[in-house]
Design a protein around this ligand. Structure first.
Ligand code: ATP
Ligand code: MG
Length: 392
């Protein structure tokens, strides 16, 4: 029945002169998303994006297209030759399908793209509504213009007719690649993948850095992070993942500093390293999964101390989110199941029994004086490895 999808986009519609850049990017991103499924005709017509499909693949294609940032909804539709009688018959066919699925009330909405057509859109709706109502073979079906269970849109356009009902909700946001690049600090936890996804959704390209303490942490914990990056790459495209060994840094902190300051001190190293690599890789911001008060190192004072170690802006999209909502998003995007696999993190190994919850920046800076900060950072970066993670 369905032979075309309409990809609806929201915010990019209001970008004025830049609109076509966004639209073209969106089309390219949709094509990329569908690449593994075959070659699809994705095209723009009168400010809309269409994808040719057929009954055998449309469900899978919708599932993929709704993952493209910038798309707010995907609507399966029937496109046929321009003929008013055909439009009425197609509307009836669509209603029959919806009644089969359980709908009992409907409403017809019409759009007249071809202004030479002699009826107004309102006249069309009344006419088509009357036609389908008298031809539907179920006496329970009735019109409800206020709260219909199904709304069928009938379009009489310049080149063809279109009939569609439901729209499958997508994530919205902006097309990837329209808002620069950020370096995300990707741990194996629940939060940082969600934070990365949320920023990417605003059109930002993502590159990632992960800190491990191999051989203190095992190969599996790195594998887990690769898997998280792989899931993210479904939405974000191939991700460059920088693997940084921070064992020497952890040891230096453990040998020279106050145990209770361990977490904050290692966080500051992480931020600085991410910033250094980020600069080299043309990133303009860092991303973390921090959320106020979630753990000892994320008290207000903890975040202040962590933040003070870098000058690059740090995006913390989860800052005001509750864990339950973060988990919901993690489940929705598909990272949750991987995130909860228990693996040691570089920090959990060295985490103090009693971490400071109200660290003072001056004291933290004083503790750092006992360390060769520059040297440790340089050596960690020199030994880091960059991998490319992609979905396929
Ligand atoms: P997550 O679930 O993202 O690990 P968390 O609640 O465990 O977060 P922390 O361990 O305090 O929080 O980490 C705060 C943030 O610091 C993380 O969201 C992440 O951005 C960054 N981070 C922590 N550990 C690492 C790591 N090993 N590699 C890269 N980034 C890290
Ligand atoms: Mg963590």
């Amino acid at each position: 029945m369905y032979n075309i999808l309409i990809a609806k986009y929201g915010e990019i519609g209001v970008k004025g002169k830049n609109r076509y850049i966004f639209e073209n990017k969106l089309i390219r991103n949709i094509r990329n998303m569908l690449k593994s499924m075959g070659k699809f005709n994705v095209y723009k017509e009168y400010g809309r994006i269409y994808i040719d499909v057929d009954d055998s693949n449309y469900k899978e294609v919708i599932d993929e297209v709704r993952k493209v940032f910038g798309v707010v909804g995907v609507c399966p539709a029937i496109k046929k030759e321009k003929d008013y009688e055909v439009l009425k018959e197609t509307a009836l066919k669509m209603l029959e399908e919806k009644v089969e699925e359980g709908a009992r009330t409907f409403k017809i909405e019409s759009k007249r793209g071809d202004k030479t057509f002699p009826m107004t859109s309102q006249e069309m709706s009344i006419d088509i509504g009357g036609y389908v109502l008298s031809n539907i073979n179920n006496p329970e079906v009735r019109v409800d213009v206020r709260k219909p269970q199904v709304k069928i849109t009938c379009e009489y356009r310049k080149e063809h007719i279109l009939v569609y009902a439901d729209s499958v909700e997508a994530y919205g946001g902006l097309p990837l690649g329209t808002n620069g690049k950020a370096m995300t600090l990707l741990s194996g936890g629940i939060d940082s993948p969600v934070a990365s996804w949320l920023v990417a959704k605003r059109g930002v390209d993502i590159e990632a850095v992960h800190f491990h303490s191999y051989p203190f942490t095992n190969e599996r914990s790195q594998e887990k992070v690769r898997e998280l990056a792989r899931i993210l790459s479904k939405y974000c495209g191939p991700i460059k993942l920088h693997m940084v060994n921070t064992l020497d840094i952890q040891k230096a902190i453990a040998e020279n500093c106050n145990e209770e300051e361990t977490t904050i001190l290692s966080r500051r190293f992480m931020m600085r390293i991410a910033e250094e690599i980020g600069k080299k890789r043309y990133c303009d911001a860092l991303i973390t999964g921090e959320s106020i008060g979630q753990v000892a190192s994320q008290t207000m004072q903890g975040i202040v101390c962590t933040n003070a170690s870098v000058s690059m802006p740090v995006f913390r999209p989860l800052i005001a989110m509750d864990k339950v909502d973060i988990i919901k998003t993690a489940e929705e995007i598909g990272t949750y199941e991987t995130s909860i696999i228990p693996e040691a993190d570089c920090c959990s190994l060295f985490s103090p029994k009693k971490p400071v919850t109200k660290p003072k920046l001056e004291r933290i800076e004083k503790s750092e004086k006992k360390l060769d900060v520059e040297g440790l950072i340089k050596s960690a970066i020199d030994n880091s490895v960059m991998e490319t993670i992609s979905y396929e």
